[in-house]
Design a binder for this molecule. Structure first.
Ligand code: ACO
Length: 323
């Protein structure tokens, strides 16, 4: 049967590093408060004129190089983002143009911090049904553009960045030992719309708006939904959580990640944590974390991974894949 296999991964963080002390010069906060409540030590902000598609392109070039493929074979570009370059066309088409990719399918997907989990699931559906053969699946964000730098409860939590994987359809024997995406699980609950949102938009205010959040509610739901999504996706493949090698969760907050690890009874050294170095980069956070763990040699071929995320909406999702 056809499975969607990762051929290569790459990521990119903008040059400008903003430390917690830098944030403390903007709002009434401290390095100590941010570290204790979130685990974050720094974030990266895009330069003036640096767009989400630029971050996406930088990450994609690294992913394509790691995959060792001819970029002309890419027939699907999927960008998970809530901070597109423009209202339209899709940032995916800007990436397609900047990379000089051939005609194919290209579109954006908006599921906020769950965007990458959603994008893996959608790309997988297109690949295993033969509607595309090689996909560039990207999570890219410039959240610094939608932060209220007078709201200390939110502006310290987010950063900019991008991560990308080349996902390709490949024949596999058809059992749980296969490489590639083995199962995905997605969900959304629009009743929770008001807990995490941007207070502007094209059809409502004709402005971009800034991020608003009810932190406590987000925290509570995040622990629950991230845990449930991981349990569901493993069960779908007929496996147990004890079978997985690594959990690669959305990087929002170290305390959320630790609570999920505990709830799932996964040892801390099997949970990938990179939120300290780039803060919450929304849809980019999973591929950023994944790239670090692949590059430092923790994740290697044959490892069984669960990726799980939750974001505004609320939306959530998980993917079970063998590297
Ligand atoms: N620096 C200093 N003090 C602050 C800051 C700050 N940056 N932000 C808030 N405070 C203050 C508050 O004003 C409050 O003061 P008060 O008691 O005098 O009113 C105090 O700290 C405690 O505030 P709480 O909101 O109760 O703090 P809490 O322990 O809940 O931590 C946090 C807040 C970090 C936002 C937490 O709720 C959280 O992590 N929530 C999840 C948010 C998240 O990760 N969102 C990402 C998007 S969603 C996702 O990706 C899953």
């Amino acid at each position: 049967m056809l499975r969607s296999i990762v051929l290569g991964i790459g990521s990119y963080l903008p040059e400008r590093v903003v430390t917690n002390d830098d944030m403390a010069r903007m709002v009434d906060t401290s390095d100590e408060w941010i570290r204790e409540r979130t685990g974050i030590t720094r974030r990266h902000f895009a330069a003036e004129g640096e767009a989400t598609s630029d971050l996406a392109v930088a990450a994609s070039l690294r992913a394509i190089e790691a995959a060792g493929i001819d970029r002309n074979s890419i027939d699907l570009v999927l960008v998970a983002t809530s901070t597109p370059d423009n209202t339209f066309p899709a940032t995916a088409t800007a990436v397609q143009r900047k990379l000089g990719l051939p005609v194919g399918i290209a579109f954006d997907l908006q599921a906020v911090c769950a965007g990458f989990a959603y994008a893996i699931s959608v790309a997988d559906a297109l690949l295993v049904t033969g509607r595309a053969r090689r996909a560039l699946v990207i999570g890219a964000e410039t959240f610094s553009r939608i932060l209220d730098f007078e709201d200390r409860g939110t502006c310290v939590l987010f950063g900019d960045g991008a991560g990308a994987v080349v996902l390709a359809a490949a024949e596999q024997p058809g059992h749980v030992g296969d490489r590639g995406v083995l199962a995905t699980a997605l969900g959304a609950d629009g009743r929770q719309y008001d807990h995490l949102y941007v207070d502007g938009g094209v059809s409502s205010t004709q402005t971009t708006g800034v991020l608003r959040m009810n932190g406590r509610e987000v925290f509570r739901h995040a622990v629950q939904r991230l845990s449930e999504a991981a349990i569901e996706v493993v069960a779908k493949a007929g496996l147990r959580l004890a079978d997985i090698d690594y959990l690669v969760p959305h990087q929002a907050n170290r305390r959320i990640i630790e609570a999920v690890g505990k709830r799932l009874d996964i040892a801390p050294d099997q949970v990938i944590v990179t939120v300290d170095r780039h803060a919450n980069t929304s849809a980019a956070s999973i591929p950023l974390a994944l790239d670090v763990a692949v590059k430092d040699g923790r994740i290697g071929e044959g490892d069984l991974l669960v990726l799980n995320a939750m974001g505004g909406g609320f939306t959530w999702g998980a993917a079970l894949l063998r590297w």
